[in-house]
Write a protein that binds this ligand. Structure first.
Ligand SMILES: Cc1cc2nc3c(=O)[nH]c(=O)nc-3n(C[C@H](O)[C@H](O)[C@H](O)COP(=O)(O)O)c2cc1C
Length: 158
């Protein structure tokens, strides 16, 4: 069984969580491929139109049983970079896990709406979303939220 972790991260918050998840999964014997996606020519954080964001290449998801998709909340929404990366793809029969990081200390300040958009996005492309989490970066309980995410996802992903 192979797991892909596809992460969009500009300032490194989301990537740091993704790397912890990768390390824990690998310790449990899971075969993990992590990719930090980068738009061609670098990222313009003001670009909100996925049609104007392109990539040199994209991974072939058919090689993976599980896919973890992670990114920052952008304007109470799913990151346009993740949207652009997966827009033309299919998650058919893939087990999908989602997480976002966001700046504000409460999930209702963007995390919840972004996750619900991501869930819909994946399901429209025939993926099966099994779990999702929101990390509130400014919350005093951030580190325990991260540990809980890593523990739970790594128990579920084989
Ligand atoms: C253009 C832009 C829009 C953002 N919108 C939100 C938002 O709606 N809610 C929120 O809590 N954080 C928002 N943030 C903050 C990021 O989601 C947060 O800092 C995140 O942890 C960054 O992740 P990264 O370091 O992996 O890029 C925004 C950041 C940027 C640059």
């Amino acid at each position: 069984m192979k797991t892909a972790i596809i992460v969009h991260s500009f300032t490194g918050n989301t990537l740091s969580v993704a790397e912890k998840l990768k390390d824990t999964l690998e310790k449990r014997g899971v075969n993990v491929y992590l990719e930090k996606i980068e738009p061609t020519g670098g990222e313009n954080r003001n670009e909100v139109d996925p049609a104007r964001i392109s990539f040199q290449s994209r991974i072939d998801l058919t090689e993976f049983d599980n896919v973890v998709i992670a990114g920052p909340v952008r304007g109470f929404s799913m990151s346009p970079v993740l949207k652009a990366y997966f827009d033309q793809g299919s998650f058919k029969n893939r087990k999908v896990y989602l997480f976002v990081t966001h700046f504000f200390p409460f999930a209702f300040m963007g995390g919840k709406s972004a996750i619900s958009q991501m869930k819909k996005f994946v399901e429209q492309r025939e993926g099966i979303v099994l779990n999702s989490r929101i990390i509130d970066w400014k919350s005093p309980s951030r580190e325990s939220e991260i540990r809980s995410l890593v523990d739970q996802f790594s128990k579920e992903i084989q």
